[in-house]
Design a protein around this ligand. Structure first.
Ligand SMILES: Cc1ncc(COP(=O)(O)O)c(C=O)c1O
Length: 458
């Protein structure tokens, strides 16, 4: 399809027909939308023939194994011709095999439930919690605690469980039964403490909120292992073990949202595997099939599954949920090939070594530019928080971060930034190159930011 098009025609057709995600369309009165027509490895090309080095893995940390993977396309094509779809109330060969492969990577987890977006995978988790409250009691232990600055998706319940004001604003009223606890960003500690002399108050705040809500009413806590769109926030090593202890104390399930970190982004299969923690539920989407097909999974422990299976012979006590496209075979087929590529090419190892190089280069950049207040990240997942002044930590205006992103784009390098999360915290540049990134790619990305900062002094 990419070979046979006229650039002006396709741009005009896009402008007149396509309602872009997260986009104020007034800008297209003056300018053209970016229409991407091809990709190979780390690079994409737009309709006008401009090539970009993509440090965002498809804009939203998705294309983990890079563009143009013929083996994934071939596997999906063959599977679609053999058997494209049947509702997942039945099984399929790739559905069974991919679930088994995933569970191999997740010791302690027992079952895989298929759907087709990160938001939906999270909603499935919330529904399981609510139904378990009925199976095991009077339905009262249904509340879900989420964390300030985390994001769990776009649907109304997923938004209700998200801690980002600008994502939620104007979309209320929200679903009852969701409450927020403190974020864990040391750079802007919500308790005014310093790591080293603090008592990890950010984790302990979960207990405060559980008690405030009433422990008998709280069913689960949902957390990103590393907050992504809320500013690339890596918790300290003590964080998750404390969260787990609190969950155990109050019979609260721990749901970890791996939609961004899932499959390799941080150098382990899942982000939580860096921390000493065993979750009860894990959700994943984006990098699960590197964007070659839509797929998401809600993975639970066998114990959760058995609570549904072994529920008294009450005819409503099984998980009465369906996702039509959870029966598409393209997703698990692409997922199987995605895992095979990550293993064959030792991409987890590459993420560790290239992630170290990326972090070294970013810290050098921080020495050079006072506007970089904080550098955070793990593996090929990094954030640079930009401030007017390091002492006061006053954020730069989001227009400044936009200028840096635009300057990088003009140099042929795509980087991301936090946006529409918080008015005053849309100041973090985000880097998430594909897991195949080489040293030269990392250097080109950092050099582009260096040039952009040099050309745009505050
Ligand atoms: C951590 C996290 N969870 C869930 C989602 C929602 O995923 P989707 O857009 O596939 O519904 C996102 C999307 O960015 C995310 O970053």
């Amino acid at each position: 399809m990419a070979e046979h098009f006229n650039a002006s025609d396709i741009i005009e057709t896009d402008k007149s027909s396509n309602w872009h995600h997260l986009t104020q369309h007034q800008q297209f009165d003056e300018a053209d939308p970016l229409v991407i027509v091809s990709g190979e490895g780390m690079r994409v090309t737009d309709a006008r023939g401009n090539e970009y080095l993509d440090a965002t893995s498809g804009g939203v940390w998705t294309v983990n194994v890079g563009y143009g993977r013929a083996s994934i396309a071939d596997a999906v094509r063959d599977q679609l011709l053999a058997m494209c779809y049947f509702a997942n109330s039945g099984g399929s060969i790739p559905g069974a095999l991919f679930a088994e492969r995933l569970l191999e990577k997740m010791p302690g987890m027992g079952r895989v439930y298929y759907s087709n977006s990160g938001s939906e995978a999270n909603e499935k988790g919330y529904k399981m919690v609510r139904q378990l409250a009925h199976i095991n009691g009077d339905g009262g232990k249904y509340k879900i605690i989420y964390r300030d600055r985390d994001y769990h998706g776009t649907t109304i319940a997923a938004l209700s469980s998200s801690g980002q004001f600008e994502r939620k604003n104007q979309y209320g009223p929200f679903v009852p039964g969701f409450s927020e606890f403190a974020h864990c960003c040391c750079y802007r500690c919500p308790f005014g403490k310093e790591y080293g002399s603090c008592n990890i108050e950010c984790a302990r705040d979960l207990e405060t909120v559980i008690l405030l809500e009433g422990a008998d009413s709280v069913g689960a806590v949902v957390l990103e292992p590393i907050t992504a769109g809320g500013g690339v926030i890596v918790p300290v090593p003590e964080y998750f073990p404390i969260i787990r202890q609190i969950c155990n104390r109050y019979g609260v399930l721990l749901h970890i949202d791996e939609v961004v970190c899932g499959l390799g982004r941080t150098g382990t299969w899942f982000g939580y595997q860096h921390f000493d923690v065993q979750p009860d539920m894990v959700t994943m989407a984006k990098g699960l099939a590197s964007g070659y097909a839509a797929i998401s999974c809600t993975v639970t422990t066998e114990d959760i599954f058995q609570q549904f299976k072994a529920a008294p012979a009450e005819r409503m006590h099984y998980f009465r949920d369906i996702s039509t496209f959870g029966g598409c075979t393209a997703g698990p087929t692409a997922g199987l090939e995605n895992i095979r590529i990550i293993e064959e090419e030792n991409l987890l190892g590459n993420v560790v070594s290239m992630g170290e190089h990326l972090m070294e280069r970013l810290l050098e950049l921080q020495d050079k530019y006072a506007v970089i207040g904080d550098v955070r990240g793990l593996g090929l997942f990094a954030g640079l928080e930009l401030v007017v002044d390091r002492q006061s930590k006053q954020s730069v205006d989001e227009s400044y971060a936009m200028k840096i992103v635009a300057h990088c784009l003009s140099q042929g390098v795509m980087i991301g930034r936090t946006n529409r999360s918080f008015r005053e915290l849309n100041n973090t540049l985000c880097l998430s190159p594909a897991l195949i990134a080489g040293r030269r790619d990392i250097d080109d990305i950092v050099d582009a930011i260096d040039n952009a900062l040099a050309a745009n002094p505050l």
